[in-house]
Ligand binder design. Structure first.
Ligand code: SF4
Ligand code: SF4
Length: 476
């Protein structure tokens, strides 16, 4: 089907480029992308943003609040710390809701701003374009030199450059892997792996090596294919974007019909502003031609904006032939709009954020469950009392040990700790214990009664847990 652009220009447009990826040739082989080094305003700003990213990425694992890391994503132990707050498996509801809220935020953000995240903040883009690619430029030179080097024979210079590049790449991957692991196990554990005998941390060491290998493989070889083939966010673009989303777009109304630059333009020379110089294609890290329209492979890196602006300066045309705009904006000059779809997502986001805030505000620092011991009914204690045996599990999310005492809140009677001692739960840990509840026989008026048990630290009530009490069957 022809697009508005084709109809506008009165000729059908060849859309066959959409049948295959720029990084794969007709025979299915890898088409290596030699992206020319971008230069310009956006590239400079992105460089500053990447410095900020590096400071945060390499600095965050060292930030501790009250003895806890600010962020920890300990997947093996199912323990997550976000902004210094610990989330346990028991908090999975909050965690799940956080994930849903985050996904709605991503959908809203993408509907409004397209792949702004990919181009500016995504770690994959920043590490690739602002670290590894720059190292490559430094060692092997810009695109033309890289092509010559790769096509040429294995001379001494080529061997030296390749060894240097891949050694630096692996070292960088090794450093990133260490910090990546610091987010999972914490800096203290990482220091132990590094400083203590290898035999004591075989698993940790293997993890570092495996992650180093993965990062090295990604940045030395796989590269842009992470964004175009693997990344689920990238694959969702086709459903998240609409004609009002802000994307990096080519102004075909202004640029077409494209034609090679002519200094002297006659009245019959009716060409658009695009001089068909291919600079926008040459700098593209995913190898696409933005002039073909919105494409899934575009990561919104803005390199083509800088390249085209430079050409516009050279030909004395206004900048912005390629710019941030929506498809509707290009077509009809419409400004970016807050559409009905965006309003719906925003309302949903506000509701979810409100619910999440409520759950976080009412979240208990010490929580637990009390259940009757499996396989036991009740015990007769003399003529006037009945007891039930219980198992209590308590989770302490605070950073101090908590000695707990239990108190019956809605019944006369007493609690007898089975082990003869109070329950002591270590900081950021879980505790377990068992105890009897003894009730006067004349208080029991149902076969199954609801009981409330207060958990106290000293005289301070921490929380109240509910359970039930089983009485004799024949009484009712
Ligand atoms: S088309 Fe432009 S913005 Fe998109 S990936 Fe290529 S250079 Fe970056
Ligand atoms: S850089 Fe600008 S002028 Fe050159 S081909 Fe791309 S869109 Fe046309």
């Amino acid at each position: 089907m022809n697009t508005e652009r084709e109809l506008l220009k009165g000729k059908p447009k060849d859309e066959s480029f959409r049948d295959r990826m720029a990084t794969i040739d007709e025979r299915g082989k890898r088409n290596w992308i030699y992206a020319q080094k971008p230069k310009g305003k956006f590239y400079n700003i992105r460089t500053y943003v990447s410095w900020g990213f590096f400071i945060i990425f390499f600095g965050l694992p060292f930030i501790y609040i009250n003895g806890r890391p600010l962020f920890l994503f300990n997947i093996p132990e199912a323990k997550f710390i976000i902004f210094g707050k610990v989330f346990w498996p028991q908090d999975f509801f909050i965690f799940g809701l956080t994930m849903i809220t985050f996904i709605v935020f991503i959908i809203l953000f993408t509907a409004a701003f397209g792949r702004l995240f990919c181009g500016w903040i995504c770690p994959q883009t920043i590490f690739m374009e602002m670290l590894f690619r720059k190292v490559e430029y430094l060692i092997e030179g810009d695109t033309a030199k890289q092509k010559i080097l790769n096509k040429g024979g294995w001379t001494g210079i080529k061997v030296r450059k390749k060894i240097t590049k891949h050694t630096v790449f692996f070292l960088l991957a090794f450093i990133i892997a260490n910090f990546f692991l610091a987010y999972v196990i914490g800096v203290d554990e990482l220091k132990k792996i590094i400083s203590e005998p290898v035999t004591e941390h075989i698993g940790g060491l293997l993890s570092i090596l495996v992650f180093s290998g993965i990062f090295y493989g990604v940045y030395a070889w796989f590269r842009e294919q992470v964004c175009t083939v693997v990344c689920p966010y990238g694959r969702l673009q086709s459903v998240l974007l609409d004609r009002n989303s802000m994307i990096v777009a080519y102004d075909y109304k202004r640029g077409e019909p494209r034609s090679k630059f002519k200094k002297v333009r006659t009245a019959e020379f009716n060409a658009g502003d695009c001089i068909d110089c291919f600079q926008c294609v040459k700098v593209c890290p995913t190898g696409i031609d933005i002039r073909n329209g919105t494409q899934m492979e575009c990561v919104g890196c803005t390199a083509c904006i800088d390249a085209c602006d430079k050409m516009m300066d050279a030909t004395k045309k206004p900048r912005g032939l390629i710019r941030y705009a929506s498809e509707n904006g290009i077509e009809s000059g419409q400004k970016l709009r807050f559409t009905g779809r965006m309003k719906f997502y925003s309302a949903l986001l506000v509701i979810l954020a409100g619910l999440l805030s409520f759950l976080l505000a009412t979240r208990k620092n010490v929580d637990g469950t009390i259940v009757r011991a499996a396989g036991m009914l009740y015990q007769e204690r003399g003529n006037d009392s009945i007891s039930n045996l219980y198992v209590i599990k308590v989770i302490n999310k605070t950073i101090k040990d908590v000695p707990l005492t239990l108190k019956l809140e809605n019944a006369p009677g007493r609690i007898i700790e089975a082990e003869g001692r109070s329950i002591h739960v270590k900081k950021e840990d879980q505790g377990k214990g068992s105890f009897f509840i003894v009730l006067p026989r004349n208080f029991i008026n149902k076969r199954k009664m609801n009981l409330k048990i207060g958990l106290y630290e000293g005289n301070q009530q921490i929380t109240v847990l509910e359970t039930n009490f089983m009485g004799p069957f024949n009484k009712f």
